[in-house]
Design a protein around this ligand. Sequence first.
Ligand code: C2O
Ligand code: CU
Length: 535
Amino acid sequence: MTSRSSASPARPRRGALLSLIIAIPVLLIAGCAALAVFGSAGVFAAAKVNTIGSVSFANALAVPPLAPSRLESDGTRVFELEPQEGSTSFRPGTTTTTRGYNGNHLGPTLVAARGEKVRVDVTNRLDDRTTVHWHGMHLPPAMDGGPHQPIEPDATWSPEWVIDQPAATLWYHPHPHGETDNQVTAGLAGLFYLRDDAEAALALPRTYGVDDVPVIVQDTPIDDDGEIRNEDRGFVGALGRDLIVNGTPGPYLDVETTSVRLRLLNASTARTYNFGFDDRRDFAQIGSDGGLLAEPNRTSAVRLSPGERAEIVVDIVPGERVALRSTEPDLGMLPVLAGQNGGADRFDVLELRAAATLRPSAAVPDALVPVDRIQASDAVTTRTFRLDGFTINGQSMDMDRIDEVVTVGSTEEWVVTNGMTMPHNFHVHDVQFQVASVDGKEPGPELAGWKDTIYLAPQVEYRLLLRFEDYADSDVPYMYHCHLLWHEDNGMMGQFLVVEPGEQRDLPGAPTSPKHDQHPDGYGPRQTEGTGHDH
Ligand code: C2O
Ligand code: CU
């Protein structure tokens, strides 16, 4: 039940990885001579990529359709998602076997408002097991769509919950243990927008696909035959040499307003981007993973590691063409190693083509929404997480082991450190966190709001503050993990329970860990009708 499927032939096996990890100190000492040896081992084959100036911008940017929904008599908003196989032509004359939700590739954008009860009926039309995880969503663990809520082929899973968090750009993707990288790479990903009154009251662009545009960036490696092959790899995982945005290669967007809001999602499996514009113009970052910032962050670049989001508003002049680019992301590591992990790469991403006359947009407000600061002094528990190799605190993911037990109603400080010389990041399910410090210093304005995923530069300590207010469940865990999906699939993930005060368990050993022989279908609602579940 919990065993992982065998790795696809294209994916380096764990043995290769372990020798890689052992080889890293050697690499550091021996420098470039060792690099050549390393390269010939085929593990660090990724070479520098620069697509600036060579992207044609010949294709209109696809905008994912808004997901239809219906309202049930009790007010529940119901969506339907069907993960399925399909085919997509990314290059003239080739077709690629892809996967999508309700279509060939990617999925529709779900939209729901704070306070609404939602249900998503997910029917798996694939030949293999999947799950659907609502990345960034605050919801009960049985509805979370992590590895404990598998959906077998032809089965329907119907999680429901009440939207109880600020307006934000969230997303959804598969999370079956050991298979997440392959399934996301094949195209299973979509957006989930949350709306609320505070966001609606602000003068911000919000016409979907017109002046409020999703920008899902992926470097899916598609070879000349149209097959998805992930042979260029860094330690981070597969690194594609060409981008697709909302599934569109070489995209342009016609702009009709003097400002456009772009909701950037790094849905790549391994690559970190540093987004900005070709003329280095400033823009306003208005949101991070979990919602709007308290005030706009005026900047010319925003770094996003896999899973992270940023909402930006950029001003446009009539008649101009300006390109969104990604230039060398600062990975906080030795240049020679960064270069093997996408740190030297540059991409043309999306061309904005302004009409000759533009409708005026309102200026971005100076104040956005109140962001209630979590105080470090409120933290009753401090936990430390050290990422090393593909382990967290020396442990590899075990679906039958609970790693941490949190008491509901408490505030905690999580001290997260990447102990390696290579990149990782860190994603927490259930709650949005705040960043108290980075390397002992106050974080920059881009990290001043709600986050669920954060880049971990090597050897830097990140102090995160988390408030666990509800959804206690002594059986079903939430996950925390590296969101470099190859790492996650290879065990760089742990599980935490949120329990009622009386239920604090001893660790390790996890007396409450789920027993899968007793729950052959995992946890979470199984049927579309009459599950009567409750939290
Ligand atoms: Cu975006 Cu645990 O995942
Ligand atoms: Cu990692």
